[in-house]
Design a binder for this molecule. Structure first.
Ligand SMILES: *Cc1c(COP(=O)(O)O)cnc(C)c1O
Length: 352
């Protein structure tokens, strides 16, 4: 069977989760009378220390709605250049919100408070108004880096001092919590909007919960409805979220440990290059250009040995999750190592 490290979105609902979904008490989400969805929103809002929450079909919609609520057309937002908002949301903020995006250059997805401060435009009649800053905790495409709490707070405070909104893309916020032991609500404290994805390491088939102040959630609901994101008997899928919060949070520590295991097993393999900070959570990125092969060619060679990894640009990304056990992580590390060695040997062999 293929060991699938392409993404933590590859998780399938477990039998226990499916049972919880089947048993869910449901109502009409659109009128806020689905009790299971309400319970999930309350639970996540409490976890994040926010006043209220709203259930969303996807994390992408959480980001988009947060931007739409907290900016107006012609504004600019600040993100990192590896971010999901900048790279893989089909420019929703521009297409729907009329918002331009300033993407700060970041080798590992983290920018400094100073770089953020320098990116805020001084008010001028001719300039876009800088309106919102987003932090991805943990980073996705740049390798699961974990933001330091002090940097997040410094950025939040700079934002506040300049009248900007501060947003956390918390798709994998709970992986950061698992890595550092810092509570989710400590990370989220004082931010204007923050969300969790249920369909990544938490293992749900669908869904995310977006949180903020009561006023923010009122406006977020308006956009959710407008975008066609309001649901009906959503308790069936919200039940999966409640189940995941009860049963799958501890798994995130295991996922992080599996990435550490893979990192340590391949760190000295020939031709692979790692950022010094690599392997902090459940994602590991590395370069393969030292082997003279492209990332897609490297990924394909691993797939031939039933290990599926992902090429993102010139990097390889490996992601652990609840459908990969320790033996799977060990096997994946072996295959990646052997693949690197095979390419290195081929490269060293004299051409005849
Ligand atoms: C997956 C992801 C999203 C989008 O979430 P979906 O539920 O897939 O729409 C946004 N940001 C980050 C960092 C992600 O990893």
């Amino acid at each position: 069977m293929t060991i699938d490290l392409y993404s933590d979105t590859q998780t399938r609902p477990t039998p226990g989760m499916r049972e919880a979904m089947a048993r869910a008490v449901v109502g009409d989400e659109q009128s806020d009378s689905d009790p299971t969805t309400r319970a999930l929103c309350d639970r996540v809002a409490a976890l994040l220390g926010q006043e209220d929450g709203v259930f969303m079909p996807s994390g992408t919609m959480c980001n988009l709605v947060s931007i739409l609520v907290q900016t107006r057309a012609g504004d600019e937002i600040v993100v990192d250049d590896q971010s999901h908002i900048y790279n893989t949301e089909a420019a929703g903020s521009a297409a729907i919100g009329g918002v331009s995006v300033k993407a700060l250059p970041t080798p590992a997805g983290l920018y400094t408070p100073e770089a953020f401060a320098a990116a805020i435009r001084p008010p001028a009649r001719t300039a876009p108004r800088t309106a919102l800053v987003s932090i991805e905790q943990t980073t996705s495409f740049s390798g699961g880096s974990v933001w330091a709490l002090a940097d997040m707070r410094a950025i939040r405070d700079i934002a506040r001092a300049h009248g900007l909104k501060a947003h956390i893309d918390g798709a994998r916020l709970l992986n950061a919590v698992a890595a550092t032991g810092i509570a989710a609500k400590d990370y989220a404290q004082g931010f204007d909007s923050v969300w969790l994805d249920l369909s990544k390491g938490l293992g749900c088939p669908v869904g995310a919960v977006l949180c903020g102040s009561r006023d923010f959630v009122v406006e977020a609901w308006r956009w959710k409805y407008r975008l066609g994101g309001a649901m009906r008997q959503s308790g069936v899928i919200a039940a999966a979220g409640l189940y995941a919060l009860d049963h799958h949070v501890a798994q995130l520590s295991t996922d992080n440990a599996h990435i550490r295991l893979i990192h340590d097993a391949i760190a000295d393999a020939p031709g692979l290059s790692f950022d010094p900070s690599a392997g902090q959570s459940n994602i590991l990125c590395f370069g393969v250009s030292g082997l003279g092969v492209t990332a897609p060619a490297f990924a394909e060679a691993c797939l031939a040995h039933d290990v599926r990894i992902r090429a993102i640009g010139s990097q390889i990304r490996v992601t652990t999750h609840l459908d990969v056990d320790r033996a799977g992580a060990e096997r994946a590390a072996e295959v990646i190592r052997a693949t690197a060695e095979a390419f290195a040997e081929r490269r060293a062999a004299p051409v005849r």
